[in-house]
Design a protein around this ligand. Structure first.
Ligand code: FNR
Length: 361
């Protein structure tokens, strides 16, 4: 029998072996020089843990809540597009795995399975990620469908007025993805012109005029709570709170948008301080270990989202693989909590980590 993967790295290796290069590169690649892509992960390695000893850790409770919804642990599924590239069941398999692990999945606007299919696949709390298109009615229609099918929040992605330059997709001439949610709603001109079809598609659909006033527009079409995903700067976090959003995701879109934007973990504390508890602050980007999750929580995140690891699991073993990836991260977090002397999420504090600057002092 083939050895079971023991960490996310090994799942990544399997995904690389089983996926066509074009799809693996689409999942794994970043923008430009991929500097931020590497930094998202490297920045976690520069943070050390400060364990406390002689604490009774015979029982560890990782549970937490977000917007009042309970989760087994603060590790959520980030919105990523086109799961059918990885597995024929696509987002339905991912949704079932997330539900089995008692965690929250954010379904991508660019999913390859319909909102309705994902909703009826299993009972679970889910959020819906939104892109705003030039044709506002397309976005409004999807928001209405998500609301009707029981999604509990809208996660508005705010770092994508235009698509980042993903050179691997351009080189590979990435084929037009199947975006089932948009069937009959969008028709664009992407032909065999060379380059990435996704880039051509995005340039004809995404609305680069999206701005702060549009939060009011979104509020006028939905009663669901709104979370902004893609904030990096404290100023924007403050503005988001003023606008009355229900949460913030510190994210650089997995380094797929603006290269040389900072690693998300390096700006988390700044954003958390600016928000000063007004709304939950989440983070994503580069999380590959339970220790990474612990570090993010210590620096003030309410929960984390993982993107690529879910896709590696899905490509390797479908629903079972996604479940295994989530369980792996959960048990790594549980062990880290035990070894750091923390028995619940609330006990994880700033004092449990040491950042690079602090070492120099
Ligand atoms: C993404 N991401 C993303 N974000 C979003 O708001 N809508 C989307 O449709 C997508 N699609 C997408 C596809 C793929 C293949 C990836 C890798 C990422 C970004 C995603 O939500 C998240 O911010 C990052 O994936 C987090 O970084 P890690 O965990 O992949 O390092």
């Amino acid at each position: 029998m083939e050895d079971e993967p023991v960490n996310i790295r090994e799942y990544e290796e399997i995904a690389k072996q089983v996926l066509p290069k074009m799809f693996f590169d689409y999942y794994n690649g970043g923008a430009g020089d991929e500097y931020t892509l590497r930094e998202n992960m490297e920045a976690y390695r520069r943070i050390m843990l400060r364990p406390r000893i002689l604490v009774d850790v015979s029982r560890i409770d990782m549970s937490t809540t977000l917007l009042g919804y309970k989760m087994h642990s603060p590790i959520m599924v980030a919105p990523t597009g086109m799961h059918k590239y990885a597995h024929p069941e696509g987002e339905v398999a991912t949704a079932r795995a997330a539900a089995a692990c008692n965690t929250l999945m954010v379904l991508s606007f660019s999913s390859s399975r319909k909102i309705e299919d994902v909703a009826s696949s299993c009972n679970a709390v889910r959020f819906f990620q939104l892109y705003v298109y030039q044709k506002r009615e397309v976005s409004a229609t999807l928001v209405r469908r998500a609301e009707e099918y029981g999604f509990k929040a809208i996660v508005l992605t705010v770092d994508t007025p235009r698509l980042g330059r993903r050179e691997k997709d351009i080189k590979n001439k990435l084929i037009l993805p199947q975006l089932s949610n948009l069937d009959g709603l969008v028709s664009v001109d992407v032909g065999p012109k060379g380059g990435s079809d996704l880039e051509a598609f995005a340039s004809q659909t995404l609305d680069p005029s999206l701005c702060w006033n549009d939060i009011e527009w979104l509020r006028s079409i939905t009663s669901l709570p709104i979370i902004l995903k893609g904030i990096i700067a404290a100023e924007d976090a403050i503005k988001a709170v003023e606008m009355g959003v229900s949460g913030i995701v510190v994210s650089n879109h997995g380094a797929r948008q603006l290269d040389y934007s900072p690693a998300t973990i390096s700006v988390l504390e700044e954003v958390v301080k600016a928000v000063s508890g007004a709304v939950p602050v989440l983070i994503d980007g580069g999380i590959r270990r339970g220790t990474d999750v612990f570090k993010a929580l210590a620096l003030g995140a309410k929960a984390v989202l993982v993107g690529r690891p879910i896709l590696y699991g899905l490509a390797a073993k479908g629903e079972k693989g996604v479940k295994s990836v989530l369980k792996m991260l959960q048990s790594e977090l549980e062990l880290t909590m035990a070894l750091c002397g923390t028995t619940s999420i609330n006990e994880i504090t700033r004092k449990h980590v040491q950042t690079e600057g602090e070492k120099l002092r």
